[in-house]
Design a protein around this ligand. Sequence first.
Ligand SMILES: [Zn+2]
Length: 338
Amino acid sequence: MRGTVLHGPGDIRFEECQIPKIIEPTDAVIRMAATCVCGSDLWPYRGLQPISGPTPMGHEYCGFVEEVGSAVKTVKPGQFVIGSFATSDNTCPHCQYGYQSSCAHREWISTAQAPRLRVPLADGTLVATPDVPSDELLPSLLTLSDVMGTGWFAADAANVRPGSTVTVVGDGAVGLLGILSAKQIGAARIIAMSRHPARQKLASEFGATDIVTERGDEGVTRIKDLTQGIGADSVLECVGTQESMMQAIRCTRPGGSVGYVGVPHGVELDGEPLFFSHVHLHGGPAPVRRYLPELIDLVWNRKINPGKVFDLTLPLDQVAEGYRAMDERRAIKTLLRP
Ligand SMILES: [Zn+2]
């Protein structure tokens, strides 16, 4: 079997790997229906997050169960399943509290850009769809494994409610699906911060009511102008840089909330201005598993179409071009078909 391996900055190879098999009795092995490239994959790809040697890639997945270990009870061969990028037993105190991505037995999925994948803790990690999905649902179902679940968590963590005024910082796939999530939850006004015409268009399709192209101080001023000087009730921070985080905090009204889901790279917060801002901060790796049943239902019943974030589809063996296209911002997000 061949799979995706990062050898160094810009050096993605599709090369011979071990075929995944059942190791623990709680494992499942799935045959990939579709996988994709994540914005977070670009950090090591760009050399901004060092790797210590050849590193298998990929953590977003959906597909058919091929084989299960002897202890697996709820997942069966032949089922179509989606799972989180973080495995979970779904029974420990953190899982029961709704934070499956902090499961006491968590493992990170890291070899999903391949035709087959071993999923530990299959019963607590995977959720089956009601039936085998039609091909046209595949992109949307795939997004639930991370990018849509993460956008949804950003909206949830930012306390978006029906009628809320929302600002979304970041026009990558997560930010765009944060807009879709805020819309679905019932936000009245959704201000997208984006300077990229194709992304602005998708933002509007997903429910953005206003587009702000300014950044930094000017961006904050624009958000204040658009909200009668108040600031947004909820701000979704979907980038993870110092600039984006500060922009998010400063766009939020006193008592409002920032949901931050961009993995922070070099972000440092000063306690005193944060203290006086009265802003709630909540973020982290999204507990995707908590949202899977509800989001599968929304996709299955054609209430949401998050698969529209994929603007490039390639055969899996052309994964290197998928990374290049996203790195050069020619593509928002690349879907890969084995
Ligand atoms: Zn757990």
